[in-house]
Design a protein around this ligand. Structure first.
Ligand code: SF4
Length: 217
């Protein structure tokens, strides 16, 4: 790989031949330049019984219900196929109503939802995070507590945890501390109705500013 190309990656690729099966790879291609030992190691890990169960269930759900099931339905199907009965819901309080509906749907499908809201513990932001005043939006505002959400779900021994609308970064901490495997039903985007892809879909029209300039600090 030349120095000129050393920072290029799949997001700079115009052919995506690793998917199409065509034999034309760019010079910087991560498949064409792959260390075969790394590939072998990744494939070996799919032989781990738990990894295999997850990977097979994911592939089966994708193929069996391709463009037929919504993500809500796919999560239910995935949970059944990996044998998870107790389903943790790590929810934002702002999306508690959506989580209630999701929990109801899980119950109808024979699963046992257990939801924990992000403000669990009711710790004030100022106390818990020693945050600068300018980042506290109202007096007595409670902190989001994704570490506690994860730990309480760990204690409940959930088989699968589902994230519903945790903030950027709070979700990172939740994933970090969750012992059960995680998937995401909703990601938070307060501006775009929790559909962050809309910023990308409209990046050549209404959100062209994203491509034209760095955002203001
Ligand atoms: S692996 Fe190679 S062909 Fe596939 S997207 Fe990346 S650079 Fe392109």
């Amino acid at each position: 790989m030349s120095n000129q190309n050393k920072c290029l990656s799949c997001t700079d690729c115009g052919v995506v031949s690793c998917n199409s099966g065509q034999n034309t790879y760019p010079e910087f291609c991560l498949t064409a330049n792959l260390d075969q030992k790394e590939l072998k190691e990744a494939l070996r890990l799919y032989g781990d019984p738990i990894n295999r169960k997850i990977a097979v269930a994911a592939a089966e759900v994708e193929a069996a219900f391709y463009c037929k099931y919504t993500r809500v339905q796919e999560i239910i199907e995935f949970a059944h196929r990996i044998g998870a009965k107790k389903i943790g819901i790590a929810t934002c309080v702002g999306l508690i109503e959506e989580s209630r509906i999701f929990a109801k749907i899980l119950r109808i499908n024979g699963l046992e939802p257990y939801g924990i809201a992000c403000k669990v513990g009711a710790v004030e932001k100022k106390t818990g995070l020693n945050l600068a005043e300018q980042y506290i939006m109202k007096t007595g505002e409670r902190m989001c507590n994704p570490i506690l959400q994860a730990k309480l779900l760990n204690k409940t021994k959930t088989g699968l945890n589902v994230v519903v609308g945790l903030c950027v970064g709070h979700d990172s901490l939740f994933y970090k501390y969750s012992k059960a495997i995680c998937t995401t039903l909703m990601v938070k985007d307060r501006v775009l109705g929790h559909n962050p892809a809309a910023a990308l879909y409209t990046s050549k029209t209404y959100y062209s500013k994203l491509l034209n300039q760095p955002q203001n600090k």
